[in-house]
Design a protein around this ligand. Structure first.
Ligand code: ZN
Ligand code: ZN
Length: 393
């Protein structure tokens, strides 16, 4: 079929809105008519070349829509089902999948890096018939996409698709770091470094998990203000004394959990310093090459602190994406408020300009206005977001 897509011809190039050919889904694949796509910093890093990925390609790795056609052997979704997309399909058969750790699945990574489907081929072609690469299996900057079956997670039809489209990346990463890896307990204290999409998702997950104190550290005042609106109890600007400030706010001993959503130099060490003896630091932000944490070795032993990584929220996307959306529909996670701006597909360059300038919160591209529904999304009627306890800022 013919689709409209934002084609990236090479690193640093503007997007070209053009017609491409999308092949039918192969065995174990699903074709989805897309409602909206999230715009994520990873897309921008890929266009700039910081994250290498083959071109020409169609970027976009956050989306939701309606199943239009299924390939042979696909049984978990049918035509007409609503789906949220996950860029981390898993094979179900390798050691990691067998152990219930699908984000560690080794089967998908080579194809993801090669910009192909799982079988090493592509479903996208340009007008001249030349192959066009996929991006993170999803290529959601387009009206339609073909994805691995495991990337199409069925969701209830009453969930707004625009909200569903932002769950499969930053939201799942931040939520899962708190719920699956840190396992935040009621009454506890959490310090989150970084107030972007991942950090905000960690904040709302911590509050839903019953954290009494959620402290957010971010250099931008706009992000600190936003964090307070999503349930942070305190916000701090980064400084050499930030760990001392966190300890002072948490009774002198430090926070129970630290989340590094930045990947920036020195932040893991600050988080380590800011958590209580026996506490846990979860590293979520991926550092640039050569940026390695340096931890006080003796203190690591004597304080029995845990430092642990978390990829894609340590999630099981097929379970966690519907769970997150259930919490949203129950009024507990204000995901609709995370969407700050909607763009048409032909405005994708503008969205990236605003992302680079730091003025865009969470943008979505509207690919099918009818499926996307009204934006901003109307929140569930019984929205009962945990109210922030403003002890100080
Ligand atoms: Zn992303
Ligand atoms: Zn696997």
């Amino acid at each position: 079929m013919q689709i409209t897509a934002a084609l990236l011809s090479g690193v640093g190039q503007p997007f070209e809105i053009t017609t491409l050919t999308l092949d039918d889904p192969g065995p174990g694949e699903v074709r989805v008519r897309l409602a909206t796509s999230g715009v994520c910093a990873s897309d921008a890093h890929t266009r700039s070349g910081r994250i290498p990925s083959p071109t020409p390609s169609v970027l976009g790795h956050e989306g939701a829509g309606v199943v239009e056609s299924v390939g042979a052997g696909v049984t978990h979704v049918r035509v007409g089902d609503h789906v949220a997309l996950s860029w981390m399909p898993s094979c179900g058969a390798c050691r990691h999948c067998q152990r219930g750790r699908p984000v560690l699945c080794t089967a998908a990574a080579p194809a993801l890096l090669a910009g192909t489907m799982l079988d090493g081929s592509v479903r996208l072609h340009d007008a001249a018939g030349r192959p066009v690469h996929h991006y993170s299996f999803l290529s959601t900057f387009a009206t339609h996409t073909v994805v691995p079956a495991a990337s199409a997670v069925p969701i209830p039809a009453d969930v707004p698709l625009a909200v569903a489209s932002i769950v499969g990346c930053a939201v799942l990463t931040g939520y899962g770091a708190v719920v699956n890896q840190a396992r935040v307990t009621p009454g506890s204290s959490v310090v989150v470094f970084g107030g972007g999409g991942v950090g905000l998702a960690a904040v709302v997950a911590a509050r839903v998990g019953g954290a009494a104190q959620v402290i957010v550290v971010d250099p931008l005042e706009s992000k600190r203000t936003a964090a307070l609106g999503f349930g942070a109890t305190h916000v701090l600007a980064p400084s050499p004394v930030v760990a001392e400030q966190v300890r002072a706010l948490t009774g002198g001993d430090g926070a129970d959990y630290g989340i590094d959503a930045t990947g920036s130099q020195g932040v893991v060490a600050q988080a380590f310093d800011a958590v209580v003896a026996g506490g846990t630091v979860v590293c979520v932000g991926v550092p640039a090459p050569g940026v390695d944490p340096v931890l006080p070795g003796a203190n690591l032993v004597r304080s029995e602190k845990t430092v642990v990584g978390s990829l894609y929220g340590s999630s099981r996307p097929g379970l966690d994406i519907p769970a997150v959306l259930d919490l949203y529909m129950g009024g507990l996670l204000p995901l609709d408020r995370m969407i700050t701006k909607a763009f048409r597909l032909d405005e994708v360059d503008t969205a990236f300009d605003e992302l680079r300038a730091g003025t865009l919160g969470k943008g979505v591209l509207v690919l099918d206005p009818e499926l996307a529904g009204p934006l901003p999304v109307e929140a569930p009627a019984d929205l009962a977001v945990p109210q922030p306890v403003l002890v100080g800022a």
